[in-house]
Design a protein. Structure first.
Length: 115
């Protein structure tokens, strides 16, 4: 069983920055790929960024150059540094991992970017 808890969301003006954190329970998390997804009102959930167990990263085109995903295995934590935020980034952000044929999701954290 894996539990994911996100923190760090909030209200920020356009052009500002936020850092999201996702703390994962379970000692095997350091061997998992970890992802950040987001879901805006009325839209489907979309993949924002991924980081593999080997620290390889990938990003959605819409956030490349602005967002950075990282992980600290000693703390079982994955981060999403979000810079140059835009109103279009407003969404609930979810941490995710896939392990032992199961998807695990956090409860989500709201990010609101005002124009």
């Amino acid at each position: 069983q894996i539990q994911l808890v996100e923190t760090g969301g909030g209200l920020v003006q356009a052009g500002g920055s936020l850092r999201l954190s996702c703390v994962a329970s379970g000692s095997t998390c350091r061997f998992n790929g970890m992802d950040w997804y987001r879901q805006a009102p009325g839209k489907q959930r979309e993949l924002v960024a991924t980081i593999s167990a080997a620290f390889r990263t990938n990003y959605a085109d819409s956030v490349k150059g602005r967002f950075t995903i990282s992980r600290d295995n000693a703390k079982n934590t994955v981060y999403l540094q979000m810079n140059a935020l835009e109103p279009e980034d407003t969404a609930v952000y979810y941490c995710h991992t896939f392990y032992d044929y199961h998807d695990y999701w956090g409860q989500g954290t709201q990010v609101t970017v005002s124009s």
